[in-house]
Design a protein. Structure first.
Length: 319
């Protein structure tokens, strides 16, 4: 944690610009905020770390003892007690899965592992890929039953759940909850490329977020998004991928083809009131592709930026 700048709010009270960051979910979380002098930043920092660490402990597919993996390994038909946070994320996942006609599907963990993107870190397994391609896959929204009141879940078919398309967004929302608990009026929090902002900076300007150019091997800024009381999340195919038989394949799975995504969209950024919504819908629109994705964004009034790639050509399309 560091104190970068001391300024004053509109009513003359001194505000201090502070930053927090740390490791989580295989990447890093960060927070920038303006707080009055005397704010207990040590307690806030501890609460922030506990919030993101709790999400990681519960929802990681990389941690063998996570609550998600307990559910994954439980026998079909057995109720499994799960914590409040995981219950909330599963509920949102099922709701968005239904609203997207199954294009948001958390039941693709077996595909993720088979194609070499799982926690084992293995190369794509051609035999496993072929076997999965020939199977009739269960519909996750029907095969997973959730009891939100009692905080428990059970599977009605063999499912391997993967929350990589929504957990970081929820983690960002948990960071936002901590900021509000400590009555911080102006902040920007994020995990990797998922961000959420509240209020304006003391000078009246919004928070500025760099939109990364989706080009492999580079870290270049394509544009700037200004955020106030809003979240943004980006799904792309340019950071995590495998090369197989002359093709570069994305880590994002298409549940309809039971294979990595292949279309002309390089990245999609979605703006929404919460980061869990932005994160999940960015995945949906990425899977749908340029034409169907834009049609869905327009129909559902989702603010989205599509970046398409045709050879070396990049174009940006906003719904």
């Amino acid at each position: 944690m560091s104190i970068d700048l001391a300024i004053r709010s509109s009513n003359g009270a001194p505000l201090q610009r502070r930053t927090l960051n740390g490791p989580t979910m295989g990447t890093r979380y960060s927070a920038v905020f303006f707080a009055p002098a005397g704010t207990n930043t040590e307690a806030l920092a501890a609460a922030m770390f506990e919030a993101v660490d709790r999400v990681d402990r519960q929802m990681s597919t990389w941690k063998a003892d996570s609550d998600l993996n307990r559910l994954n390994s439980a026998p079909v038909g057995d109720w499994v007690a799960i914590p409040r946070e995981l219950t909330a994320v599963l509920a949102a996942s099922l709701r968005i899965g239904q609203a997207s006609n199954g294009y948001f599907d958390i039941g693709v963990g077996d595909l993720v592992a088979a194609w070499g993107f799982g926690s084992a870190g293995l190369a794509p397994d051609a035999d496993r890929i072929h076997a999965l391609a020939g199977q009739l896959r269960p519909v996750t929204t029907k095969a997973l039953e959730l009891d939100e009141v009692r905080q428990r879940a059970r599977k009605h078919a063999s499912l391997s759940l993967d929350l990589s398309g929504i957990a970081k967004g929820y983690g960002v929302d948990e960071m936002a909850r901590v900021m509000d608990t400590f009555a911080i009026p102006s902040w920007l929090v994020g995990i990797d490329g998922e961000m959420r902002a509240k209020g304006l900076k003391p000078d009246g300007s919004p928070w500025a977020i760099a939109l990364e150019r989706p080009k492999r091997g580079t870290r270049d800024i394509m544009g700037i998004i200004e955020l106030t009381d809003m979240a943004v999340a980006t799904s792309g195919n340019y950071r995590h991928f495998v090369d197989l038989e002359g093709k570069t394949l994305s880590h994002t799975m298409n549940p309809n083809t039971a294979a990595p995504l292949e279309n002309t969209v390089t990245s999609v950024s979605v703006l929404a009131p919460t980061c869990i919504e932005a994160d999940a819908w960015a995945t949906v629109l990425m899977v749908l592709g340029e034409k169907a994705g834009r049609q869905t964004a327009d129909m559902l009034r989702i603010d989205a930026i599509f970046v398409t790639c045709d050879g070396s050509m990049l174009s940006t399309l906003a719904s």
